[in-house]
Design a protein around this ligand. Structure first.
Ligand SMILES: [Zn+2]
Length: 441
């Protein structure tokens, strides 16, 4: 008996990467959509029925038969569309005017991983309430609070977006930080925020550590320090991540860093300050995603000079004109009084409008391109038969006015209603145990 028990335990442990258990087909729900927005085609279809069975979409169309006993949700006065994606957020980091004067170095010192994981749970719920059903969480999450968040959502403890998390950001010594010699010597302060990797061996090991501790994408600091990474070193990251099917995003802040990342063929580049027309053309050629994190003017406590903003707007417009693959991304990691994390992220639509990008293409960036950069596009995102049942609804038509996205009244995630008539009703998402399986890691 003991031996059987032991082998059961061993089996369970080696099954660590087993995917979510397939739930039995669940209850059937029919949504009557007055308008159904298809961002891929850039059009709206009227009077559609979306049939959902359990966690998945079973059928979509104008003449879909509603089975007897199905629950019906009437969104006939609304525009239904697929969920939104923020391709660069930091859910387990929230720096604040008080007490840290918006200096995140102090947040790292003052707040534990445990507290930040709970903040992440709250921020995730705030994102979902604003219609973000997928968030790429790109580091600065203390000691893997991002993995804890993803696991808690996937196992079924709490509601939240689908999380594509990076684990700890990997960089040359110091990361994005300027630690004192004392900090470096003892590695006992701020060090959870960055993994040092300065040699090929350290690069391989750092990637493996993040894989082991639950990352779904690898995030590197390409040029946070003068030594930075060469194209060859970035290629090593890409090769090592590819062994487990993961992609690499690079934080880029200098032209030289951008050149190295582009030459190496990195998956996505975060931030846009170092990208010019020549680099945009290369990115378009190579299909490198741009997660530009284009901060608008007008966010309280986070002033952007008019000059800097015009540069950001011109850069985004130039990327669009050169057909760079664009994602909607915010880098949101701070508290603005009176706004949820989701509301804060939607403020970033301003930059896209000011860049003159047509609403249809803004919508593609914040949906379809988000699924692609997150690599969920074959399973989650589009409102199509067989896909996970994630969808949202707004009263207006975002193709006419993209700010209609700021009024998300209805959210469904994995077939469960999370928000209805503008009110969160998340009870169905809370469980006293890992109802989707404890093996999800
Ligand atoms: Zn960031």
């Amino acid at each position: 008996m003991r031996r059987i028990l032991l082998s059961l335990i061993v089996c369970a442990v080696c099954g660590g990467f087993v995917a979510a258990q397939q739930p039995a087909p669940g209850p059937v729900t029919a949504i009557r959509a007055g308008r159904l927005l298809d961002p891929e085609a850039g059009r709206v279809l009227t009077n559609q029925i979306i049939l959902i069975e359990g966690t998945r979409i079973r059928d979509v169309g104008p003449n879909v038969a509603i089975p007897a006993g199905a629950q019906t949700i009437d969104l006939s006065a609304m525009t239904v569309l697929p969920g939104l994606v923020d391709a660069h957020n930091h859910l387990a980091l929230t720096y604040k005017p008080e007490p840290e004067s918006n200096i995140y170095y102090y947040t790292y010192v003052a707040e534990s991983t445990a507290l930040r994981a709970i903040q992440a749970a709250s921020n995730g719920i705030q994102m979902l309430a604003s219609g973000f059903t997928i968030v790429r969480d790109m580091g600065n999450n203390a000691n893997y609070a991002d993995t804890a968040l993803r696991q808690a959502i996937e196992q079924g403890w709490i509601p939240g977006p689908t999380i594509i998390n990076s684990g700890i950001i990997i960089g040359g010594m110091g990361g994005q930080f300027f630690p004192t010699p004392e900090m470096v010597k003892d590695h006992n302060i701020v060090y959870p925020e960055y993994l040092d990797a300065d040699t090929p061996d350290e690069i391989v090991k750092a990637v493996r550590q993040n894989v082991l501790f639950g990352a779904r994408v690898i995030k590197i600091c390409v040029d946070c320090k003068p030594y930075g990474y060469t194209a060859d070193e970035i290629r090593l990251f890409i090769r090592e991540a590819a062994k487990v099917g993961m992609k690499v995003e690079g934080h880029v802040q200098t032209p030289r860093g951008a050149d190295a990342a582009i030459e190496a063929g990195i998956w996505s580049i975060a931030h846009s300050g170092a990208l010019d027309e020549a680099k945009h053309k290369l990115m378009a050629q190579k299909g490198i995603w741009r997660a530009g994190t284009e901060t608008p003017t007008g966010i309280a406590g986070h002033p952007v000079s008019e000059q800097a903003y015009q540069r950001t707007v011109a850069g985004l417009k130039n990327a669009y004109d050169n057909k760079v693959p664009l994602t909607f991304s915010t880098d949101a990691d701070y508290y603005v009084a009176g706004k949820t994390r989701g509301e804060l992220c939607l403020e970033f639509l301003k930059t896209w409008k000011d860049a003159g990008i047509p609403n249809a293409d803004i919508l593609r960036a914040i949906t379809i391109n988000g699924y692609k950069v997150s690599e969920t596009e074959k399973t989650r995102g589009p409102i199509k038969a067989g896909f996970s049942a994630d969808l949202i609804a707004v009263p207006g038509n975002p193709l006419d006015d993209v700010d209609a996205l700021k009024n998300v009244r209805f959210v469904m995630k994995d077939g469960q209603v999370f928000k209805r008539d503008g009110v969160m009703t998340p009870a169905a998402f809370f469980h006293g145990g890992p109802v989707n399986g404890w093996r999800i890691r």
